[in-house]
Design a binder for this molecule. Structure first.
Ligand code: CDP
Length: 215
């Protein structure tokens, strides 16, 4: 079977950075499943699709003209790598991710990323729903404070405005939404390895994941 490593965890836990580097080190493909929810959110915002119109949103998700090239994400021909990182897009993504029809519409697209020589998949339900037979499942966490600081730095680095108080509130709300939704709630897979990165930098987290994978 084509090997898969899943890295799930709450918002701003550093999953993206760690997953990307693990994929690079192993020469594996990389799936940023959150980007698919963000792309759906961006399309919805642009089409002014109401975020409670499950049917219309699922249709947008099923027909996403998206492609990935390295760090770049495209919607049609447009490079939306920057646009999908905006906080309002992330917020909308987290709301529409609670809709079953939207999640179903994105399953096939996600499964298609499993190609030789292997895949590192990052998200909320990679180990629990999408790739339950993954060779290694990691659940990455960090304290709310550490995550808010990371998200703050990330937004500022990308040229977005940000304030800590607002981010802390936003993170807390998003965590609650992800954990309490009826479909694919955020939780570690039963056979997941837990990694708390509050006091750890990305390199240390990458080494730990690689060590688990080699074991
Ligand atoms: O930046 P952040 O970690 O919050 O989000 P992301 O990984 O880019 O994903 C955006 C949103 O999509 C998250 O807030 C989740 O609610 C949702 N998501 C999901 O439900 N399932 C996934 N596999 C990935 C993301």
């Amino acid at each position: 079977a084509i090997p898969v490593i899943t890295i799930d965890g709450p918002t701003a836990s550093g999953k993206g950075t760690v997953a990307h580097r693990v994929a690079d080190r192993l020469g594996f493909h990389y799936l940023d499943s959150g980007a698919l929810y963000r792309l759906t959110a961006l399309s919805a915002l642009r089409h002014a699709t109401p975020i409670n119109d499950e049917h219309a949103l699922a249709k947008l998700a099923a027909g996403l003209p998206c492609s990935f090239a390295g760090e770049h994400v495209y919607l049609g021909k447009e490079d939306v790598s920057h646009a999908i990182r905006a906080e309002d897009v992330g917020n909308t993504a987290s709301r529409i991710a609670a809709l079953p029809a939207v999640r179903h519409a994105l399953v096939k697209l996600q499964l298609g990323f499993r190609k030789p020589p292997g895949l590192v998949a990052d998200g909320r339900d990679m180990g629990t729903v999408i790739f339950p037979s993954a060779q290694l499942k990691v659940f990455l966490t960090a304290s709310v404070q550490a995550r808010a600081e990371r998200r703050y730095k990330q937004l500022i680095d990308k040229g977005f405005a940000a304030n800590m108080a607002g981010l802390l509130q936003d993170l807390t709300e998003r965590d609650a939404r992800d954990a309490n939704r009826a479909i694919a709630p955020l939780k570690p897979a039963e056979d997941a390895c837990l990694l708390d990165t509050s006091e750890m930098n990305a390199d240390e987290a990458v080494e730990q994941v690689l060590q688990w994978y080699a074991a």
